[in-house]
Design a protein around this ligand. Sequence first.
Ligand code: AGP
Length: 607
Amino acid sequence: MCGIVGILGSQPVAPLMLDALRRLEYRGYDSAGVATLEDGELVRRRAPGKLNNLQGVLGNGPLSGTTGIGHTRWATHGAPTETNAHPHSAGGVAVVHNGIIENFRDLREELETDGYRFETQTDTEVVVQLISREMKEGKAPKDAVFATLQRLDGAFALGIIFSGQQDLMIGARRGSPLAIGYGDGEMFLGSDAVALAPFTNKVTFLDEGDWVVLTRNSAQIHDETGAAVERPIRFTQASAYLADKGNHRHFMAKEIAEQPEVIGHTLGEYIDMAEQRVKLPELPFSFADLTRVTITACGTASYAGLAAKYWFEQIARLPVEVDIASEFRYREAPLPDGGLSVVISQSGETADTLAALRYCAGQGQHTVGIVNVQDSSIARECDAILPTYAGPEIGVASTKAFTCQLTVLACMALAAARQRNTITPEQERELVSALVGVPRHIADILRNESELERIAKKLTSARDVLYLGRGINYPIALEGALKLKEISYIHAEGYAAGELKHGPIALIDEDVPVIVIAPHDTLYEKTVSNMEEVAARGGKIVLLTDEINGNGNGAETFEQFRVPRANSFINPMLYAVPVQLLAYHAAVFMGTDIDQPRNLAKSVTVE
Ligand code: AGP
């Protein structure tokens, strides 16, 4: 993920933006840059590498403008060179961008056909060229931006300034956060409240799809339809580096909302967007030489591993054994010589997982850690790590780390399939394209959160809740049940849907809601049969699916929630979000301590 900042100030803004970018450096530091208006003309200073390099460039070429935008980059498209560093400018427009423009290749082709010449390999440059073309056709800056936003697919946050427009800055948010900061005769834009902390604690967090037209004394917010809207002004406690809840009541809510952005960041690490293929760091083995992969983890992380089993076996034709670390570490499992053991851990400190890792290492396995904390014990002891880029996860209930774990594992399965020649380049491009769409789909799901809040309230009177899923949806059923019980304290169990009739169906009556995770994949019809078994016994079905027809999709359902229809390859990341939100809102109604539930800890460092 990248960091963006913008200032309509009363003094030279370049030094102020440098300060703000330092607070955003945790978001990435492949390159950095600023643009200001010098006598009305756009002037840029950019540098590859860390912010100190930009500071040096500014030292040699100071900028005095009081209107500016700045950016610290984490490269997703194009190498981290000065040319590819933001801000990007064309035709008197300058833009900084955080996120992924999915349809940038089509847009670039369209613009090049129109005679526009590109100087970078980035997706961002299409934004600045589109706005510039709209303005050449006579639109005012605000209208040119609105027209451009309609053309973009993906998840992004933007900051935009215009030559000759000393008192104008426009921001837009879709899937990546963006905040307005209110000063005294000054106005600010930033990726988060931390960036704005040096200037103001009076902020507004834009909602999904919002865009804003700023002057030094006004902020006119519009929603995605262009209608003027009001958003609350808040006073944040964002100190220098304190993780801040932003617009949310709980860290868990914030972290659920961050998923489009952090998954986009993680995808940027493991996918070559221009080539639409996976790019894993060099690993000390070839997947082609492996006969089996062992995956071990605890809790939510183990469910990510279980989902990965389906990907590795179905796409890379590589047998996978998954076991929870607290069992695996004592099982004395025989492991194949030169085999691969993958351990998954958000904290990188879970004692059982660390012990399981040590067992695998002792058995001569190649060990790879999928961790969110890169300087953790597990990270240090693995032969290699494939980090998730979820950012700090404060809520005890793991959410964004889980979907980032799934993202890394999906990329790993594709890399394995390529090395084992079990997929063609075209098939890989198709699956990578599906992965790149995950941030946008999750942003769409988040827009319908209120629907899930309404449904969640109906779960709070339940004695037990069952979660059912088949195939790769089964691990998501397990995860949904864990989320509900660990933060709302309502008992819940996840089951393979086909297992229902082997006992658990005895639990079904009108007091037991059954959450059915059933996208229209190859197992959908089988799952409908299970839903009919439940309905026949008075069970209340909450169906999570991707296509809702009139007759309740073949069985009497109590509630339905539609998840965007997508390639089934990415369904685990998509369906994780509704089950997270059902658990979160049920817990809000129950009044539990959502970020620190009773009896739990964020990292279980005891056995
Ligand atoms: C997840 O919501 C729980 N907090 C818990 O199951 C957690 O996933 C488990 O303790 C593993 O933690 P780790 O990923 O840090 O190893």
